[in-house]
Write a protein that binds this ligand. Structure first.
Ligand code: GLN
Length: 347
């Protein structure tokens, strides 16, 4: 009788043991309960914060509900923790720059990236023309508009349609789900894109455009108009955190050897002229987009993505920044902290 009872108890415990193993092995946080608690705290702490203004220089972006707010964490072992409006689709905008950079780095190599695009922060707004005039490389880095348009001009492909297809396939592999372009956003940006065309022409005049400037701007505008949810954005970040393998599909989306250089550029240039303060506050490589998304990568552990349309003067989402900084500080995941999660504390 007792034996039978023991067997029943052991079998009943198996799912619990299995579940415990799953949640306890989250590499991004001390434990599941703590992670979920901090995520919820970050959400409620900034839910009523209405600081900032949505981007309106791309008319379509001004039509988005400014109250939307969502946060997701995806770990490298495929766990997902979300709160808020995480299913809302918005345009990736400048976050796309990271992934086109990854593609071009695979095609031309790290040395050529340094030589042709550079890796220095401009300390100026993302669409600055002054930066082109001031910096000896003209382009600055691949995460400002000038650098990103130059990056697009370097992308190899049979023709424009083929290049666009490769971009979409690459981004989708990183997200682990098929992504598509938001036609309304593309049409809106293409109709109001004078500044980016001016930037491309200026770069061309300086001899640092590697394709027809019009074509490069069009490709860049398309990549900025790719739609995604906060869940998908977190998955793209987690792919970087996992050295290029998507945590859900298990497929290699990105070349592993380039990941450290990509994260390094994100840390120094990903938040534009706010990158220094961002790094000081979070210790995490990140990238923002004027659509309201930000993704921050915790190498080897996972990624945090947040979305909220109201932006600060640098063009970074106010609530997304605050939420990610809160999570980084409370989960102790600053990569420069010798005692950050995953590193043994020495006595
Ligand atoms: N597509 C936008 C632009 O070129 C991207 C800017 C951004 O997200 N910072 O202005």
């Amino acid at each position: 009788m007792l034996k039978r009872y023991l067997v029943i108890v052991i079998f009943a415990c198996i799912p619990a043991i299995f579940l415990y193993g799953q949640v306890a092995k989250s590499p991004v946080a001390p434990d599941y309960t703590r992670l979920k608690q901090i995520l919820d705290e970050a959400y409620h702490e900034f839910l009523t914060d209405s600081t900032g203004t949505p981007a309106d220089y791309i008319p379509e972006l001004a039509t988005v509900n400014p109250d939307l707010f969502g946060i997701c964490i995806v770990t490298v072992d495929g766990q997902i923790f979300c709160v808020g409006d995480v299913e809302h689709t918005y345009s990736i905008q400048s976050i796309s720059k990271v992934f086109t950079l990854a593609m071009v780095m695979e095609q031309i190599g790290k040395e050529a990236i340094l030589e042709k695009l550079g890796t220095e922060p401009t300390g100026l707004p993302f669409n600055s023309v002054t930066a082109i005039e001031q910096q000896s490389t003209r382009v600055g880095n691949p995460l400002v508009n000038a650098g990103a348009i130059a990056t697009a001009s370097l992308l190899d492909g049979k023709n424009e349609a083929a290049k666009w297809k490769t971009i979409l396939a690459y981004y989708s592999a990183c997200a682990g789900e098929p992504l598509t372009m938001m036609d309304d956003v593309y049409a809106s940006e293409a109709a109001t894109n004078g500044r980016n065309h001016a930037i491309a022409r200026l770069l061309d005049a300086y001899g640092v455009m590697y394709d027809d400037p019009e074509k490069a701007v069009d490709l860049y505008t398309r990549q900025c108009s790719v739609g995604m949810t906060t869940k998908q954005l977190a998955a793209m970040g987690a792919t970087l955190a996992a050295g290029g393998v998507n945590p859900f599909t298990g497929e290699r989306a990105m070349q592993a050897t380039n990941v450290p250089q990509i994260l390094s550029i994100m840390l120094s240039c990903g938040m534009y002229d706010y990158s220094g303060t961002w790094s000081y506050l979070t210790g995490l490589p990140a990238k923002s987009g004027v659509g309201g998304g930000i993704v921050a990568v915790v190498p080897g552990k996972g990624a945090i993505a947040a979305f909220s349309p109201r932006l600060d003067a640098a063009g970074n989402s106010v609530r997304a920044q605050k939420a990610i900084a809160y999570i980084s500080q409370h989960l102790n995941i600053n990569i420069f902290d010798p005692q950050s999660v995953g590193v043994k504390q020495s006595n």
